[in-house]
Design a protein around this ligand. Structure first.
Ligand SMILES: Cc1cc2nc3c(=O)[nH]c(=O)nc-3n(C[C@H](O)[C@H](O)[C@H](O)COP(=O)(O)OP(=O)(O)OC[C@H]3O[C@@H](n4cnc5c(N)ncnc54)[C@H](O)[C@@H]3O)c2cc1C
Length: 327
């Protein structure tokens, strides 16, 4: 492996933050491997995403605005990535550990006959080998995996690396459409469930609500207000999702999203192991709970004991007042 290929996930030309994170990390890895960084950007407004990428340390940005890759079908994107990887030769491929990235990464691994490491929180080059670090068993064990073949796919957990601007060569090249591909599925309609809100896996602050919140309204009012005041997103425990108070896309935990925000505020959540495995790597964990002996208190940095309906609005008020003073 020499060069590093980065798949740039974006929404209508706006790269997701994890794309900048892995582009930044790719430079460090490529330097250690003696190769260069190649970004692959596909779909509608890929050119716009490529312009933003020029501020990051990428040597070549491969672009295609082929409409076949839009509409959440993964195979056409895999075709482009496979062609790019085969044209470059032995390479490391970084994809985000998101719903799309996981799907795409594993299909690409199968096409290239390569291994894939998933939910990776660190990657390094040791003695010329690429080594991926992933937490397992709820973060109680860290595994290190090295690739044996010519290609390796690494699916990186969002928020694992800092995105740092540092202009690279930024050469933009148009990708040729891979020949002879036909697709048996056609997307008829796309319905956007919740527009305008950053997903919990992207947000640097997440305010999550659990069963203690008592119904759907607080998610739209007091939790949303607190999240907005901190520029964050609203998450949830499975109990809240199962009760139908908020969509599954917001669920944090074993059967939801695994996230690593800078700040995680758990409101009315007890901290069951299945919830903990999804958020325990947050840099700072604050729990608000009426029970001072609740399990989440054992691993939170701060447990605020009291009624959430009194504490959350007051906290939001204080944050807004403080922001106004410093504006
Ligand atoms: C296979 C499997 C997978 C699972 N996957 C997930 C997953 O992905 N994510 C997940 O979250 N769970 C998951 N679970 C469920 C998990 O075991 C717990 O049942 C769930 O996390 C509990 O949610 P909770 O903390 O919101 O509710 P509870 O455990 O009922 O806790 C509610 C908390 O709210 C507090 N509270 C109540 N009223 C107030 C108030 N007015 N002010 C302040 N605090 C208050 C209570 O003191 C309590 O601590 C899974 C379970 C299984 C078996």
């Amino acid at each position: 492996m020499k060069d590093v290929i980065v798949y740039i996930e974006h929404v209508q030309g706006q790269p997701r933050r994890v794309s900048f994170e892995i582009a930044t990390k790719a430079k460090e890895l490529a330097t250690a491997l003696g190769g260069s960084v190649h970004a692959v950007v596909l779909g509608k407004n890929a050119g716009g995403a490529a312009e933003q990428l020029k501020a990051y340390p990428v040597d070549t940005i491969h672009v295609s605005e082929d409409p076949d890759v839009d509409g959440f079908l993964v195979d056409p994107s895999v075709d482009y990535l496979e062609a790019a990887a085969k044209a470059l030769g032995p390479a490391l491929v970084l994809v985000p550990f998101t719903a799309i990235g996981r799907d795409l990464g594993s299909r690409l691994a199968a096409r290239l006959g390569a291994g894939q490491t998933a939910d990776v929180t660190d990657v390094k080059v040791e003695g010329g080998r690429v080594v991926s670090i992933s937490p397992k068993l709820g973060g109680t064990v860290l595994t290190s995996c090295a690739f044996k073949g010519d290609y390796g796919i690494v699916a990186v957990r969002p928020n694992s690396f800092k995105a740092a601007q540092a202009a690279g060569a930024g050469n933009v090249v148009q990708l040729e459409k891979p020949a002879g591909k036909t697709y048996r599925i056609k997307v008829e309609e796309v319905v956007v469930e919740a527009a305008g809100e950053l997903g919990v896996e992207e947000a640097s602050t997440v305010v999550s609500g659990g069963r203690g919140v008592g119904g759907p309204e607080p998610f739209k009012t007091i939790l949303k207000d607190l999240a907005d005041s901190l520029g964050g997103s609203v998450g949830a425990s499975r109990a809240a999702v199962d009760a139908g108070w908020i969509g599954h896309g917001h669920q944090v935990g074993q059967t939801g999203k695994t996230i690593s925000p800078n700040l995680y505020i758990a409101v009315g959540i007890s901290g069951a192991i299945q919830h903990k495995v999804g958020m325990r790597t947050a840099a700072t964990i604050v729990a608000i709970n009426k029970d001072g002996t609740v399990p989440i208190g054992e691993f939170a940095d701060l447990l605020v004991v009291g009624d959430l309906f009194a504490i959350v609005p007051e906290l939001t008020k204080q944050i807004r007042a403080n922001a106004a003073v410093h504006a």
